[in-house]
Design a binder for this molecule. Structure first.
Ligand SMILES: NC(=O)c1ccc[n+]([C@@H]2O[C@H](COP(=O)([O-])OP(=O)(O)OC[C@H]3O[C@@H](n4cnc5c(N)ncnc54)[C@H](OP(=O)(O)O)[C@@H]3O)[C@@H](O)[C@H]2O)c1
Length: 299
């Protein structure tokens, strides 16, 4: 039987605005101690999508009163130059968080760049020390998009405890860290997690079992209504740009979930855009303020 009511829309814009608003109080407390949280963002090259992301991060910093330090390096920048910059930022007490925008041009090893960042300043949560701590359930910086998915669930009243969460996608930046976050023996986690990927046979068999389904593949509208259980909560991490002649830009963004059909079956669902996307920046700001607080406590 089909659900009679359409799914509740999980509004990432509203929830991320509430998270950023909560951060203002914490920033004010730090300011009273003479501390201004600082985020350094390094962008190498002129990839248009990266430029858009970096601008949005810098704008949000400015809006919150987080000091933003910008480093725009040319596309042909040598790895050595970037590593030297990271060293300098590691040593700068005004910089609490360091973000190197990915992807990097091919002459620079992403692994070496990420590992050069001190784990205490790794607000993107990609350093192996933070990844390991996350898996161990220790204090760490969790990657921003998975942390954003987790926050969306909790702030919308969908505690994953005891629920079967099925994640489609096993990347290091979304699927794997999200699985690690949700499987922890900890308040707000305690989920049973299944992770699917391109080698999973008959994905629908798993997705139909999900109380909470997370699509993080980068395949437009892959998740069809027949793959979703009635009453499931669906998070769509996918961001896919497709041609659309009716738009001035000639394109539009869609997710990995066939929203129109799935929203008739799901209990709640995130839209694209306006769902998981805005949460990523909110969690980056949260991590930066946390880094400043921990530094002020000498940790
Ligand atoms: N909203 C945000 O802030 C945000 C942040 C990050 C990413 N994203 C979006 O999220 C999506 C995923 O990003 P990502 O960086 O995780 O991508 P990725 O590194 O390309 O990983 C994609 C994952 O999906 C799996 N996959 C691909 N096609 C599949 C298929 N047909 N069936 C089953 N599994 C399939 C891949 O399996 P294999 O491992 O077997 O290859 C892989 O694990 C993209 O659309 C990206 O733009 C959004």
């Amino acid at each position: 039987m089909k659900r009679k009511r359409p799914a509740k829309i999980i509004d990432g814009k509203k929830i991320s605005a509430a998270i950023l608003n909560d951060l203002r109080d914490e920033i004010a407390t730090l300011n009273r101690k003479g501390i201004v949280p600082g985020l350094a963002v390094a962008l190498v090259g002129d990839d248009p999508a990266s430029q858009v992301y970096v601008r949005a991060k810098r704008r949000t910093c400015a809006d919150l009163g987080i000091a933003s330090f910008s480093y725009d390096l040319p596309r042909n920048c040598a790895e050595k130059r970037l590593l030297k910059l990271i060293d300098k930022l590691n040593a700068d007490p005004k910089v609490h968080g360091i973000l190197v925008q990915m992807p990097l041009p091919k002459q620079i090893s992403e692994k070496r760049a990420l590992e050069a960042i001190r784990p205490e300043k790794d607000v993107d949560g990609f350093h192996p020390v933070n990844v390991g701590r996350l898996l161990n359930g220790e204090e760490c910086f969790a990657a921003c998009t998975p942390a954003g998915c987790h926050a969306l669930l909790l702030r919308s009243g969908y505690d994953p405890a005891g629920k079967h969460v099925v994640i489609v996608g096993r990347s290091n930046i979304v699927g794997k860290p999200l699985a690690a976050l949700l499987m922890q023996k900890a308040a707000g986690a305690n989920a049973t997690v299944t992770v699917c990927h391109s080698r999973t046979r008959n994905i629908g068999r798993y997705t139909r079992e999900a109380d909470i389904l997370v699509a993080a593949m980068g395949v437009p509208e892959f998740i069809k209504p027949r793959m979703v259980r009635e009453g499931a909560v669906v998070l769509d991490v996918g961001v896919n740009r497709i041609p659309d002649a009716s738009r001035k830009s000639g394109t539009r963004l869609i997710g990995d979930v066939a929203f129109a059909g799935v929203s008739k079956k799901a209990r709640a669902i995130t839209p694209v855009p306006g769902g998981v996307g805005p949460m990523t920046i909110a969690m980056l700001m949260t991590n930066t303020v946390k880094a400043a607080r921990l530094a002020s406590e000498g940790r």
